[in-house]
Design a protein around this ligand. Structure first.
Ligand SMILES: NC(=O)C1=CN([C@@H]2O[C@H](COP(=O)(O)OP(=O)(O)OC[C@H]3O[C@@H](n4cnc5c(N)ncnc54)[C@H](O)[C@@H]3O)[C@@H](O)[C@H]2O)C=CC1
Ligand SMILES: O=C(O)[C@@H]1CCC=N1
Length: 281
């Protein structure tokens, strides 16, 4: 795991972002906040909203570049929906040169599929960030294809470290499991907040109070987890008085058919779906 880079982010060449939506936009903001020279930042996204385009142009980011003005990007980050891969990747190829590394954050899309769509093949990294990247607290799992050099891997690490921590795995198949745990994971946590609030309402609390209590509880627990060296099980035990209220709730959540098998099924479903996304159609 790496920590957020201390110095300004210097990719050593232009960086092209293809798809500046929720995830791509968070990455771009992180790079610019991390000190990336906006003159090195290029965005290709025909769906960019007018306010977003105005903001990025004002910062000095080049929008919708034509291939001749950018033909050997240091890094090309592909952050479109997986279903768009086949139509977007051939265009991506025109911005790539011999030293470019292509970073795909698309769920499921394999190196084989991506490489086949890039006429020149080349250096490809599969990366799976998550939306806490938008507040610099992301976690990204990465896998480097065989043609990725040490220099390119270091560049990818720097780009993704601008929005949080980075973990490299040495088996491409694990990226689908990373997707199931941390790529999709923030949604599970937000659902927990929603469910906790609803349970509070069912227990008699006014909705606004239940929602505030649930939200602040998850925020606070996350912060405690972030700051504490203790494992989550110890932090859980610290809340649990013998024969107290938490123990009563955990008897339900930790029952044979409780949260653990439910979470295992959820992560397995996400992992399976990632594998399905690799297949076109
Ligand atoms: N949202 C999330 O939590 C995460 C998403 N991902 C991956 O990131 C990718 C993007 O997801 P989101 O940001 O959520 O989707 P999004 O819908 O917010 O963003 C996709 C962007 O691609 C743009 N786009 C569409 N066609 C294009 C084209 N031909 N050329 C360039 N740009 C084009 C759209 O205008 C849009 O801005 C997906 O492949 C997803 O699997 C990965 C990790 C987490
Ligand atoms: O739901 C999805 O397919 C994407 C990948 C991980 C998070 N969002």
């Amino acid at each position: 795991m790496t920590t957020i880079s201390a110095g300004p982010l210097n990719p050593g060449g232009p960086v092209l972002l293809v798809g500046a939506g929720k995830l791509g936009g968070a990455l771009l903001d992180g790079w610019l906040e991390g000190g990336l020279d906006p003159r090195l930042a290029y965005v290709l996204d025909p769906g960019l909203s007018e306010p977003a385009a105005e903001r990025l142009s004002a910062l000095g980011v080049t929008l919708q570049p034509q291939a001749p003005e950018l033909s050997n990007a240091a890094a090309i980050v592909v952050a479109v929906k997986p279903q768009m891969a086949a139509s977007v990747l051939p265009a991506v190829a025109s911005y790539a040169g011999p030293s470019s590394v292509v970073i795909s954050v698309m769920a499921g899309q394999t190196l084989e599929v991506i490489g086949a769509a890039l006429p020149q093949g080349g250096a490809i990294v599969r990366a799976m960030p998550n939306t806490p990247a938008s507040v610099g607290r992301g976690i990204t799992g990465c896998f480097a294809g065989p043609e990725v050099s040490a220099t390119q891997k270091a560049l990818v690490d720097r780009l993704l470290s601008a929005v949080g921590d980075v973990i490299w795995v040495d088996d491409e198949g694990l990226i689908d499991a990373v997707t199931g745990v941390s790529g999709s994971g923030p949604a599970y946590v937000f659902l927990l907040v929603e469910a906790l609030a609803k349970a509070g309402i069912a227990a008699g609390l006014p909705a606004d109070i239940a929602e505030t209590l649930a939200r602040r509880t998850v925020e606070g627990a996350g912060e405690l987890l972030a700051r504490s060296p203790e494992p989550p099980a110890t932090l859980r035990r610290n809340v649990t008085s013998p024969n107290g209220t938490t123990a009563a709730a955990l008897d339900v959540l930790m029952a044979e058919n409780g949260l653990e098998p439910l979470m295992e099924r959820a992560v397995a479903a996400a992992t399976k779906r990632a594998k399905e996304l690799a297949r076109p159609g």
